[in-house]
Write a new protein. Sequence first.
Length: 582
Amino acid sequence: MPLKLTGRIVLGLLLGATLWLAVTAAPRRVPAPGVETTLWLAAHSVAFDHDERFVDADVARYRARFGEGPRDVRTEPHGDRLSAPFLAVRLWAAALAVGGESGPFLLNFLALTLAALAACRALRAPLGDAVALWVALLLFGSVAWNVGLRWQSEILVMAAVVLAMAAIWGREPGLSVVEEVTGPDGEKRVDEIYGGDLETRAAHWPWPVAGLLLGAAAVRHPGYALLALPVLAELPTRFRGSARLRAGALFVLLFVAPIVAVALLHGAPWEAPANLFDARLFGWNALYFAAGRNVGLLVGYLPLLALLFSPRSDGGRRFLPLTVLLAVVLQLVIAPFDWAGDPSAVGNVWFLPLYGALWFCAGPMLRPRGIALLAIAAAPFLSALWLAPLSDGTRPPAAFARISPFTSGVREHLPFETSLRTLPGSDEIARAGVRLRGTHPEIHASSGRLSWLALEGARREIAKERRAELIVESDRELSSVRLDFSADAPASLAVEGGVAGGTTFRPSGEVAFEITLPAPARRHPLWWSRAPVSIYFLGLALPQPKSPAAGSGTPAPASADNAISFDLGLARVRGSEGLNHE
């Protein structure tokens, strides 16, 4: 089968599967607490109440739809207006009015499809017949396609960026072919035959279109405004004299228009930047940005490697990698604890529009064989999303458990993002300047304590013990901590990253384990402390609980009934007697 046809079939099938999910499963999925819930409420409020106020009617509407009340709803600091992106909410509200509950996801799918088609057209010259396969890899070998199945405005922003740049770079410059011809006088001379469409290349219409789309993207985050720089750098290669001034003026005028309009209608489009800069924090964030376990580019955007190793060196596109790097630095500086965007999103959602811009770095060095290699390399990180598209993406489903030790093990060897405010499966409790934080969904906060669930299904058959990673954060350096476990906990605890000390058995059946801590694994400020915080990693292992009915050592079924809870009982500050948190 020809490569071009194969690519079109693969891309069409993947987009078709995404459309089916957008129509069927995505509208029934309960939005994650926080940003997603807020966006659902805001879109429905604008569509049906014609405002963005959070009132009892919004709660009733949400409860009627999902059978539970909204959680962690975000409102503006002063007032009851929901905190949501202005443009995206209006578009989703219109989609709700036209297409019902599936409307916003159909809109997201339309944006994804338009971005794919525009990229196929714009990158046809450098990538040749494999362009559709490369676009399929860029979308489905990353978290990009999955963002459209959630209440995430960044899929619309990415589409705007891709369409804007496809308008500018949608047709490759014609080739100037030098040919030797014989003139009427019999003398041989050199003539030039131009390929391509010169009139289309010199047209003015792409510039206001690109300006409007990039301006709409900049409304979402100030870092996206930097994407206008490579486009402006393209002007000298397209126009001369007054034509260049006209095209540039049209671009700038339409670029500023959405920002000014939103500022007048809604207020400042961007939140105030953080007033904290710490070199250690920035360094750790740079590492997490590249290779973090949950939101690192290695995990969510692996095809990026191919783009960075085949950069274009012509026109404004040669500035795209530097521009994206500057945008990343801006994100890390102005939001050092939230640079990945929505904590309920899969991957680094704020990087998605920048990722779309980097597609236009693709050069002829990319070969079709690289597609399969990158897809295989991305599998350990994205297999959970491929198999369970509406999961949180941090682990494969239970049915995939027998090969999950490999896939989850690759991710867990990457650094955990200790600087970020919240991450999927990272509940915490706080006790007088000391915090206990889990890094896996098996540990979650419940009734003021941390609850440690047993493994589920086939995963329980593989593991003979419960294992989890716990993070201890303290505003002072600690020498030891005591963890108080509930009465149903086993009498033994294995510890990595610390030394298990004395064990105390209480008349109530509770078990307390003393753990001596080494030097902090990391030190940097956190959102709750401007000063550097001491951070410790503890790997805990408990035997799996036995089923009372079985009596033969069979692990109990996974449920909240066999959860083991624990709390921080005592934290000893190095050089003092300790802090009792009982």
